[in-house]
Design a protein around this ligand. Structure first.
Ligand code: FES
Ligand code: FES
Length: 161
């Protein structure tokens, strides 16, 4: 592909501005992983069915595989790399996932955590049932669901206290 087909865009990711050139059809997921080396956001199905690619745009969770990079211009993007503090202190949801052993292979975990952060912020983590419902878009092939729900509950309780 020649550079003529590429469009210069700016993406604001985890508080940092990145300039890149992408073809108009490039997804945010591919821009993050292939153009910017931010590989914490995972590619599972690449069709909007597994949640592995979940990131936040302006605080709302979105599937990066279904979002064009150009659609994310001038908006605030947060990826799993941006959750921990500058000093490396884990976000409360990350810490809860560790404490509750909420992963096995870990492939779904970044997407689970990004969804969980939004789920708690949206006020949809009041019960295990509610968490199951609002986290239903994030699949875990390892079947770590009971531990994932426990982690989200723990983080939600901590956030409320
Ligand atoms: S990779 Fe985006 S939903 Fe599966
Ligand atoms: S921990 Fe392996 S897919 Fe969820």
């Amino acid at each position: 592909m020649t550079s003529k087909t590429r469009t210069p865009i700016q993406l604001q990711i985890n508080g940092h501005r990145h300039e890149l050139e992408v073809e108009p059809r490039v997804t945010l997921l591919d821009a993050l992983r292939d153009h910017l080396g931010l590989t914490g956001t995972k590619k599972g199905c690449d069709q909007g069915q597994c949640g592995a690619c979940t990131v936040h745009i302006d605080g709302q969770r979105v599937l990066a595989c279904l979002t064009l990079a150009t659609q994310a211009e001038s908006r605030d993007i947060t990826t799993i790399e941006g959750l921990a503090g500058e000093d490396g202190t884990l976000h409360a949801v990350q810490a809860a996932f560790l404490e509750q052993d909420a992963f096995q292979c870990g492939y779904c975990t970044p997407g689970q955590i990004m969804s969980a952060v939004a789920c708690i912020r949206e006020g949809h983590a009041g019960s295990d049932e509610e968490i199951r419902e609002y986290m239903a878009g994030n699949l875990c092939r390892c079947g770590a669901y009971p531990h994932i729900i426990a982690a989200v509950r723990q983080a939600a309780v901590e956030a409320a206290s």
